[in-house]
Design a protein around this ligand. Structure first.
Ligand code: AMP
Length: 419
């Protein structure tokens, strides 16, 4: 029996790898335009890290973690906690008290797979650590908006909210619990459970009658401190000035416990049920919570598979896979090694070349050159090796030029020109 890949995982095949490479290159460029520097962390961390940061009652920690070795380690389900762990452990703040970090990495969550939702997926994310300035929020969101612009993604909804700190939320959660308890029997089993352990998440419901019930529920914004409110207003004003469109959504909450203050999520109308492209927010208490000095921070994460789905839906034009510039058709073993030497020289000049490794006939080798869209073909046989001269065939217009070996090596870039 053929062994298949685990459910919820994907193979990225060579025919599609140019798409992912292009997406990643573009994201790296955008991150560096804003002076974000890359950080890489291990694939797995101590399980405790995620429990203490994301929160024990969240879906991710309570149901979706891939933990192993007696639960000591867990494949990372998200990157903010690992980045902060690395930030504290390596005293990165000593280099500079304000850090802009980005990552591209695989994440693992044991979720129910569906279109746009996988058990292994990739995220591009940014974390700005060390400043509570509202302009950090605005610039980070502007990076997200630039990202959408660079990929020509328009059909989106940008939702923003502010959720305050744990302390600010406490009184609200009491009132929310009281309010929702009156409707307890009408709530879904999931929401009934959340009412006990994680009532904030009920605000995120997608069930119509629960949305209806919530319309008259207490509003978190009313419970926030003046400082939190004015930070939010400053962020919104800055976004106006940066010409970034958004919708305030007072019910917007995020799936992890570490969020404080500004939170946001960008949804795409080009995706199905799993329509979030990226989301994030401030987590001003997390660093202290994980044993560092009190340090404000903000970040967001964007799913690369979802980005790719949108681009494919929008018929985005990806750069083509690199084609072979010069294909060597060989006759006999000596010709093969002769061609290898020639190719070694071409590769020094960054010219993509290839040859046959299946001992195919000349006809079959020509067919292969055609199939892979090689721009030029050179046939090497005994005569060519003896005379140190060969023909370079342009596969587009079938013209041929005769060239000497030395001349070819010297002028390969010109002879194998692109058009
Ligand atoms: P989160 O880390 O849950 O805030 O998610 C940030 C982004 O990662 C989302 O907006 C999605 O684009 C992406 N994402 C989250 N979970 C998955 C998943 N299971 N499969 C694919 N993409 C995901």
């Amino acid at each position: 029996m053929i062994i298949q890949r685990p459910k919820g995982t994907q193979d990225l095949l060579p025919k599609d790898s140019n798409k992912r490479q292009h997406i990643e290159e573009k994201l790296r460029k955008i991150a560096s335009l804003y002076n974000y520097k890359e950080i890489r962390t291990p694939t797995f961390e101590k399980t405790e890290l995620f429990k203490r940061s994301i929160g024990e009652e969240t879906d991710v920690v309570s149901k979706e973690m891939y933990s192993f070795k007696n639960d000591e380690f867990t494949l990372k389900p998200e990157m903010t906690a690992p980045v902060i762990r690395a930030y504290i452990e390596n005293s990165i703040q000593n280099e500079s008290p304000f850090q802009k970090l980005y990552y591209i990495s695989n994440m693992y969550r044991h979720e129910r797979p569906q279109a746009g939702r996988y058990r292994e997926f990739s995220q591009f994310g940014v974390e700005a650590i060390g400043s509570s300035d509202y302009l950090v929020d605005a610039e980070l969101i502007s990076l997200g908006s630039k990202m959408l612009g660079e990929f020509g993604i328009e059909n989106i909804i940008f939702k923003i909210n502010t959720i305050g700190s744990t302390e600010e939320r406490a009184r609200f959660l009491d009132d929310l619990k009281k309010y929702l308890s009156e409707y307890k029997n009408k709530l879904s089993p999931d929401s009934q459970k959340r009412l006990e352990f994680n009532p904030l998440r009920i605000l995120d419901t997608k069930i119509d009658y629960e949305i209806e019930i919530l319309k008259k529920s207490p509003v978190l914004f009313d419970y926030l401190n003046p400082d939190t409110k004015s930070h939010f207003e400053n962020v919104l004003n800055a976004l106006h000035k940066l010409e970034i469109n958004f919708e305030i959504d007072y019910r917007l909450v995020r799936g992890f416990d570490y969020y404080t203050s500004t939170t946001f999520e960008v949804l795409s109308n080009d995706l199905g049920a799993q329509n979030a492209i990226f989301g994030g927010g401030r987590y001003d208490n997390l660093i202290e919570q994980l044993g560092g000095k009190p340090t404000p921070a903000i970040g967001f994460a964007c799913g690369l598979e979802r980005l790719n789905l949108i681009l494919e839906k929008n018929n985005y034009v990806f750069p083509e896979l690199c084609n072979v510039a010069c294909y060597f058709v060989t006759m006999g073993d000596d010709a093969k090694i002769f061609s290898q030497k020639l190719m070694k020289n071409l590769r020094k000049k960054a010219i993509i070349c290839d040859t046959d490794f299946l001992n195919r006939s000349v006809k079959a080798q020509m067919k292969e050159a055609n199939k892979i869209n090689a721009r030029y073909v050179i046939v090497i046989g005994e005569n060519e090796m003896k005379e140190k001269k060969f023909k370079v065939k342009n596969m587009q217009d079938s013209t041929e030029i005769l060239t000497g070996l030395d001349d070819f090596i010297e002028n390969a870039e010109m002879i194998l020109k692109e058009k």
